[in-house]
Write a protein that binds this ligand. Sequence first.
Ligand code: CO
Length: 134
Amino acid sequence: MIGRLNHVAIVVPDLAAAAALYRDALGARVSPPRPLPAHGVSVVFVELPNSRIELLEPLGPESPVRGFLDRNPAGGMHHVCYEVADIIAARERLTAAGARVLGNGEPQIGAHDKPVLFLHPKDFCGTLIELEEA
Ligand code: CO
């Protein structure tokens, strides 16, 4: 059911420093920082040949990644995002299998303007999974 790895998201305490690290030390192509107030993050996209990394810095007091950064002050891997062809079909299959969908269970419009769902990390090997309808 799942398709391509769309991105891996890493929460960082300093977006400019993290972008410089990926650009200068790792030699990656990085986007300019982009504030996404509706999602409570600023993001830098790191383009890789086969996927991308999203560097996320909390934006605003209600940021959904603020607590994560409080628990991981140096930053850390936050979630992986897999593409699915039909997000409702994916949700039905997963909930039938006993997996928990976060929030109200309805797809939200994600950072790429596509429907997304998040799955409970305790149901998936301790990893927060985002599904994005590609
Ligand atoms: Co994501």
